[in-house]
Design a protein. Structure first.
Length: 207
């Protein structure tokens, strides 16, 4: 039973060869009949292999791998220089309109100072101190976000590492001083939390 299909396949090839000689259009079908000898051994496996080869060659895997290396976390591609320039121009124009509206409502208001590295460090400093309960009014219980304070302090540390060697002496001194102060406040706060959570041990001999 298994031999009869093989003979019929060979007869089909001969029949197609005769048709190719008679009609020029059948020459296009010749490459389609070429993979048939492979079907004798394992037709389904060869079809899977061919699909894999087409998948590898058609999308150009090297290009995809290069994109994956550039965006390992699936992030969208970075904006071009032209896109960044256009966006910055639009942002500055929008900010200027906001400033004009504020000046119209407050004629005596002067121009705001330019944002500097010092403002960035101060912003982190104020956030960390508020998260540790600073600025609470008298008579009110301070609200402490110890986890948020730790994150803010760690962000200041990352800022110091990433800007190392690119700061002026004054900027570096200010950042180190702020880091020292907020870390010291964190140590004092966590020590108080530990003392409140641990009951004092009874004195020796008195149980």
């Amino acid at each position: 039973m298994s031999e009869t299909p093989k003979f019929t396949v060979i007869d089909r090839r001969k029949y197609k060869a005769e048709e190719e000689q008679e009609n020029a259009q059948t020459t296009v079908q010749e490459p389609k009949s070429a993979p048939e000898p492979a079907e004798r051994n394992s037709g389904p496996h060869l079809v899977v292999n061919e699909s894999k080869q087409e998948a590898k060659t058609a999308p150009e895997a090297p290009g995809k791998s290069a994109l994956d290396e550039e965006n390992p976390e699936g992030m969208p591609p970075a904006p071009t220089a032209e896109e960044s320039r256009v966006q910055q121009t639009a942002y500055e124009a929008s900010a200027q309109r906001v400033e004009d509206l504020l000046r119209a409502q407050n004629p005596g208001m002067g121009a705001p100072p330019p944002v500097t590295f010092e403002h960035l460090v101060q912003q982190f400093y104020v956030s960390a101190m508020i998260q540790m309960g600073a600025g609470t009014q008298e008579g009110q219980r301070p609200r402490v976000d110890i986890v948020g304070a730790r994150t803010t302090i760690d962000l200041l540390g990352v800022l110091g590492e990433k800007t190392r060697g690119n700061l002026t002496d004054a900027e570096e001194h200010m950042l180190e001083s702020v880091l020292f102060e907020v870390r010291m406040a964190f140590l004092e706060l966590t020590s108080m939390i530990n003392l409140q959570g641990v009951q004092p041990a009874p004195p020796p001999g008195k149980r």
